[in-house]
Design a protein around this ligand. Structure first.
Ligand code: ADP
Ligand code: MG
Length: 322
């Protein structure tokens, strides 16, 4: 199978968007712009050995490669529209590609995303997706807008994916724990697309949780003019599945420091609290207030004792030898 047969067989699909004038097959994709909207562009790579291990299924990889990008669009308040896919593959295995494309397109179809192009080459497994989405002009949700006194919220539950990673990295691995709900959260993150769009008029700032709650909230705090964030530990939303496996006390550091949840963390002026409650009910997604923005820089934790302590462990960062 050569590169063109591979693209034809696994990646050429009918377009889902009126805006795609030329999709896969030419030197470039041609898309119409939307006059009254801003285009948000995001990109993220998954690298074997860094973001996933060789035992992950191709369908999960296809899902996740797209999901992490749609999560970035969600965090910007954007409506996803199109994506490109750069595949570096060690071998062109039909079964692998078939399953990968099922994982990719089942999420793409559900979210009305058209694959408009990409690149395919031979080399160590690496998947890069670039995605575009739209927001009404001037209304993108940025990290920079949080204000002192804003309430801090997170969607869903936090720490599940990191606990899932602990389980699958342990001696029993994926074979024993693959069906567990927390492992499912690691394998199949759900981008909070509708939430992101609904937050545009309500939130002052938003970020998706890829590196860990404390580290990601710190990005918002710094970007919003050097504010700080105070998190009340007992408000952190933990899942019932995680609480079956670990105590609340064990889960708090995982919830704060663990990455890969792909929930949204966002800041809301106190007067919008009722609207956030209604939105959570409407979306059937828990939206939990976990603390408040403050003028003291840093991320602060209020634990059982009621004393405020600075959070010092980091989230996930890529490092290179000097
Ligand atoms: P070029 O050499 O002009 O850059 P390619 O030969 O790499 O183009 O690709 C041919 C067409 O197939 C292009 O439209 C490109 O966007 C598309 N394409 C290549 N790889 C992929 C992929 N993995 N997924 C989707 N489209 C792809
Ligand atoms: Mg070309």
């Amino acid at each position: 199978m050569d590169e063109f047969q591979l693209i034809d067989r696994f990646f050429c699909r009918p377009t889902l968007s009126d805006g795609v004038k030329v999709g896969i097959g030419d030197d470039g994709a041609v898309l119409t712009t939307r006059g009254d909207q801003d285009l948000v562009v995001v990109t993220d790579s998954l690298v074997e050995g860094v973001h996933f291990f060789s035992d992950v299924t191709p369908a999960d990889l296809g899902h996740k490669a797209l999901a992490v990008n749609l999560s970035d669009l969600a965090a910007m308040g954007a409506e996803p529209d199109w994506a490109t896919l750069n595949l570096v593959l060690p071998t062109a295995d039909s079964k692998w590609l078939e399953e990968f494309s099922i994982g990719f397109f089942s999420l793409a179809d559900r979210c009305h995303v058209t694959l408009v192009g990409g690149d395919t080459s031979c080399g160590p497994l690496n998947l890069t997706v670039t995605a575009g989405g739209w927001v009404p002009r001037g209304q993108a949700l940025c990290r920079t807008g949080a204000r002192n006194g804003d309430l801090i919220y997170v969607s869903g539950t936090v720490g599940d994916a990191a606990l899932g990673l602990q389980l699958v990295s342990g001696p029993d691995g994926l074979s024993e724990h693959g069906e567990n709900r927390v492992v499912e959260r690691l394998r199949r993150p759900e981008p909070r697309i509708l939430l992101g769009q609904a937050l545009r008029p309500l939130a002052t700032a938003a970020i998706d949780l890829s590196d860990g709650l404390a580290a990601d909230l710190a990005h918002v705090a710094v970007a919003s003019g050097g504010l700080g964030g105070v998190i009340e530990e007992d408000r952190l939303p933990l899942s019932a599945e995680a609480l079956e496996l670990r105590t609340r006390k064990q889960l708090i550091p995982i919830a704060l420091g663990g990455g890969d949840d792909y929930e949204l963390c966002f800041c809301v002026p106190p007067e919008h609290r009722g609207e956030i409650d209604r939105l959570g009910n409407q979306l059937r997604l828990p939206l939990t207030m976990i603390g408040q923005m403050d003028t003291t820089p840093g991320i602060w934790l209020v634990g059982e004792s009621g004393v405020r302590e600075e959070y010092r462990s980091g989230g996930h960062l890529h490092h290179w030898a000097d």
